[in-house]
Design a binder for this molecule. Sequence first.
Ligand code: ADP
Length: 548
Amino acid sequence: MLSTMQDVPLTVTRILTHGMTIHGKSQVTTWTGEPEPQRRTFAEVGRRAAQLAHALRDELGVDGDQRVATLLWNNSEHIEAYLSVPSMGAVLHPLNVRLPAEQLIWVVGHADDKVVIVNGSLLPLLGPLLPRLPSVEHVIVAGPGDRSVLAGAAPRVHEYEELIAGRPTTYDWPELDERQAAAMCYTSGTTGDPKGVIYSHRSIYLHSMQVNMAESMGLSVKDTTLVVVPQFHVNAWGLPHAAFMSGINMLMPDRFLQPVPLAEMIERERPTHAAAVPTIWQGLLAEVTANPRDLSSMARVTIGGAACPPALMAAYDKLGVRLCHAWGMTETSPVGTMSSPPAGLTAEEEWPYRITQGRFPAGVEARLVGPGGEHLPWDNRSAGELEVRGPWIAAAYYGGSDGEVLRPDDKFSEDGWLKTGDVGVISDEGFLTLTDRAKDVIKSGGEWISSFELENALMAHPDVAEAAVIAVPDDKWGERPLATVVLKEGATADYQALRAFLGRTVAEWQLPERWTVIPAVPKTSVGKFDKKVIRKQYADGELDVTRL
Ligand code: ADP
């Protein structure tokens, strides 16, 4: 028997029209570096999204599922593109502003981007690449910045404000199939070539609802979220679409991502929530420790994209800011887990739950797979590769404009689950604790050592600012851990003392005997520890390693 229910497509268009009417008074505030930030209501943003759609269609001829790329910071124009481009039936492609030039050229070509909307401040990045971006026919420039780099460029150049000015503020949005492509995102390539994931209208809609659930970010019209996670990093973790669905005010930092302006915007605008990777919160902590600021409005922070050191959580607890750990990937839209402890616990009892990666929502099914392909029990002990499936999880990668998709065996199981490449354990209540990326785990004499566990333990030491642990070849054990440590200002390296400190929480046989101090942990384009770089530095003999 079929249901008697209406079958209304779940689309970004609906998110746009709902947000700009029902939540028309909610605001997008963009930091400008001027005394006053720029403030636009959702109603204005929605009208400007309609104007942008007219410009793209009538002036630039964007049609069908053509790709419109963005090379933008987190700001109002970027939100306008997020809503406008998918709603007109085209496909939004946010570009990672920190990608090396060769990779940027590769992804623009692979996605066959026809238009690039770029911030003026990012023209020094885009300009020199244009001769190598043959698919790009139009460049739309928004915000301040020197335009001279575009002189003589092959694509037609437009000014964002001039382009949309005077156009109708409503648009006859087409009826779309919810399974159609809405946006695409390439993985940041931490462990290989970028791979393109194409999100559907349906996956974005369902994911936005998940983001808004109480056990996830759980925000409302009374909240303001500081969206530090870049809009090119898995759609800013779904926040812009979720915000338009629930009327959550957005505070957008634009290019002001350094600790000092972030501290200033938090103190002045008093957001109630924020989202970013751990390195951002490490940087901000160092700043507010040196120059105290009131961050307490920001009651909750969603932290993920890399393992959150428990010591960081504890430090923010003292500032009245609760870091809530989450796990996800480009392929999972990205919400895969969020850590929200069960009911009825004291703060102390909540702690072991808070430091896990969190629990799976109903939309994400999970299983752990052992080395022989066997499914492992959820006993918080059996470690295996995490596989997931659900309506906002990728089933394949984009293979190019001929419509082909890619389903590599190392990323998808035969029965269609996503192989995450992450290794961990799951408790009987469904709390996930990751111990490593499969590629980073240290295989010592047939046993696995968790690099996360060593890093977290090290970063709890008062002299340690950051620590990354990699596997290095060892004649006797196959691999052993090398601890690379960034010391806090004024601290000196005492490896024996650090090793003894680790020995309080980590088994003796797992303790590193190789140590080095580095000035900073190299970071990927989205601010994660880049262990590829450290491995290469070690292999090239560039690290001054002490062996205990
Ligand atoms: P890339 O794979 O290029 O770094 P993604 O942003 O998609 O790009 O990264 C997803 C990966 O980030 C996950 O597979 C996992 O290894 C890591 N990750 C994300 N969140 C966490 C977390 N909370 N704890 C540990 N690792 C995390």
